[in-house]
Design a protein around this ligand. Structure first.
Ligand code: ACO
Length: 312
C-alpha cells in the first residue's frame, strides 16, 4: 500500500534512529505489533516463573535457594515493567491478562517444557536465559521508547540469571559422574526447545520484515539463533558436555557453526497448546487470577469508599 504523508514522516523518524514515545502519532499496525510483542514478552516473564518456582523449595542449599528466589522475583519485576510499557500503547493490563487466560495471546514456547530435576534449573539459566539475553540485548535499541528503556534493566538482571545457571551447570558437570550425567541430560532436553525460542526460521516468520522496517525488531530470528549457537558451543565445551546435534560443525568459510534446525512440527504443536505443560502452565495462571479476585474486589471497594469520603 502507498504510504500516507504521516506514515512516511513516521518511517523517516524511525530510519533516523529517533525513539517513538507514547503520545506521538504512530501507524495502527505499529501499535498493534508492539502490543502483541510486548504483551507476549510480559506473559513469558510471568509464566516463566512457574518452571523455576517449582524448585525453590527443593534447592540443594540455602544459598542456592536464596539465589533462585531472587531470580524468580526478578522475572515478576520484568513482567511488570513490560505490562507498564504495553499500557502506554492504550491497552489495559486486564485486557492483556484476559487474552492470555483465554488463549488468544501467546507466551514463549519454552515454558511449556517441564523442569524435572535440579540440573534443569542450571540448563534453564544457562540456555533459556542465555537465549533470552541474545534476543533482548538488541531490543534495548528498539524504536519504541518505553520498551527500549525497560530492556536496559531487564538485560542487566538477565545476565545475572544466565551466570547463575552456568554456575549450577559447572558444579554439576564437575561433580560426581551421576551429577555430570544429569547435566548432560538437561542439556539434551533443553537444547532444541531453546533454539525454538527465537521463533520460526526467517522464511516462515510472518512479522519479521515489517517489524524490522519499523525497528521493533533489530535482527531476524535466524541471525539471533546463529549467534546463540556460536556463543553456546564453547561454553558447552568448557563444561565437558556435548550438544545433542551430530551435524554441529564449525564452518570455516562462513565463520560460524553449522547446526541442525529444531523440529518445527514440535514447535507449532507447542504453540497450538499441545506441549508437555501447556495446560498446567495456563491453568496455574488462571487459578492465580481467580484466587486473587477477592483481593482485587477489596482494593476496588476500598478505593470507592476513600473516594466517597473525599467527596463528602
Ligand atoms: N514462542 C511462542 N510463540 C512464538 C515464538 C516462541 N518461541 N516464536 C514465535 N512465536 C509466534 C509469534 O508470536 C507469531 O505468532 P502471533 O502472530 O500469533 O503473535 C508467530 O509465532 C510467527 O513468528 P514471527 O513472525 O517470527 O513473530 P515475531 O516477529 O513476533 O518474532 C520473537 C518472535 C522473536 C519471539 C519476537 O516476538 C520477540 O523478539 N519478542 C520479544 C522477546 C520475548 O518475547 N521473549 C520471551 C521469552 S524470553 C523470557 O521471557 C525469559
Amino acid at each position: 500500500h502507498q504510504m500516507t504523508p504521516e506514515e512516511r514522516a513516521f518511517q523517516e523518524r524511525v530510519d533516523r534512529g529517533e525513539k517513538i514515545e507514547p503520545k506521538e502519532w504512530m501507524p495502527e499496525g505499529y501499535r498493534k505489533t508492539l502490543i502483541r510483542q510486548i504483551g507476549q514478552h510480559a506473559h513469558s516473564e510471568i509464566v516463566g516463573q512457574l518452571p523455576e518456582g517449582n524448585w525453590i523449595t527443593r534447592a540443594p542449599t540455602l544459598e542456592r535457594k536464596a539465589i533462585l528466589l531472587a531470580k524468580v522475583q526478578d522475572e515478576a519485576g520484568h513482567g511488570l515493567y513490560l505490562y507498564c510499557a504495553a499500557e502506554t500503547l492504550g491497552v489495559s493490563r486486564d485486557e492483556l491478562l484476559e487474552k492470555l487466560h483465554s488463549g488468544k495471546m501467546k507466551y514463549s514456547s519454552i515454558f511449556n517444557y517441564p523442569t524435572l530435576n535440579w540440573a534443569d534449573i542450571g540448563a534453564v539459566g544457562w540456555l533459556v536465559d542465555g537465549a533470552a539475553i541474545m534476543n533482548q540485548v538488541p531490543l534495548q535499541r528498539t524504536s519504541y521508547g518505553p520498551y527500549s528503556r525497560a530492556m536496559i534493566r531487564i538485560c542487566k538482571e538477565e545476565s545475572f540469571h544466565q551466570r547463575q545457571g552456568y554456575d549450577i551447570m559447572m558444579k554439576m558437570a564437575q561433580g560426581t559422574p551421576e551429577q555430570k550425567a544429569m547435566a548432560q541430560d538437561a542439556l539434551n532436553r533443553f537444547w532444541y526447545p531453546s533454539l525454538m525460542m527465537f521463533g520460526p526460521s526467517d522464511k516462515d516468520s510472518i512479522h519479521s520484515a515489517q517489524s524490522m522496517a519499523w525497528k521493533i525488531k533489530i535482527n531476524t530470528n535466524d541471525e539471533l539463533r546463529q549467534k546463540f549457537v556460536d556463543q553456546t558451543v564453547p561454553q558447552a565445551d568448557y563444561l565437558g558436555l556435548t550438544i545433542p546435534d551430530p551435524n554441529l560443525e564449525w564452518n570455516e568459510e562462513k565463520g560460524c557453526y553449522d547446526f541442525s534446525e529444531p523440529d518445527w512440527s514440535e514447535f507449532y504443536d507447542v504453540l497450538a497448546g499441545n506441549g508437555p505443560c501447556n495446560k498446567e502452565r495456563l491453568g496455574a495462571r488462571v487459578k492465580a487470577w481467580d484466587d486473587g479476585a477477592w483481593f482485587r474486589d477489596a482494593l476496588s471497594a476500598h478505593a470507592e469508599k476513600a473516594e466517597a469520603r473525599r467527596r463528602s
